[in-house]
Design a binder for this molecule. Structure first.
Ligand SMILES: [Zn+2]
Length: 122
């Protein structure tokens, strides 16, 4: 996966907040769609938003893994927003060391340095 190119890099907490809020809304929306009971398995008879058909089909195949991944990401996004509020945004939750700017640029909701991000995952 490649990140969106051509965007103004949001390096400071202020710039990151907008990106974090947008991401949180997006994730909550996706999770709400995914965790909705799928009663009509076998046919897309429910009225989903136009243009979502392709990703819906893919989602169904790996919906459990994808749901877990989104949930993890949402947790990080929410945590990052709290960190913006208490002034610790951009610092690792585990060691309090600054998270590299290039990591925050690629992943504005990063709440741990590379070392601890890896260790925290299952
Ligand atoms: Zn760390």
């Amino acid at each position: 996966m490649s990140g969106p190119a051509g965007q103004t890099p949001a390096t400071g907490p202020e710039g990151a907040t907008a990106a974090l809020l947008a991401k949180r809304n997006e994730l909550e929306d996706q999770l709400a769609t995914m965790s909705a009971p799928q009663r009509d398995v076998g046919g897309i008879s429910f009225g989903k938003r136009v243009g979502e058909g392709t990703s819906m089909a893919v989602d169904r195949i790996s919906s459990v893994a994808a749901h877990e991944r989104l949930q993890d990401m949402l947790t990080d996004v929410r945590r990052a927003l709290v960190k913006v509020g208490d002034g610790t945004y951009g610092r690792c939750d585990d060691c309090s060391e600054p998270i590299p700017p290039e990591r925050l640029e690629a992943l504005p909701w990063a709440v741990r340095c590379l070392r601890h991000a890896g260790a925290a995952r299952r």
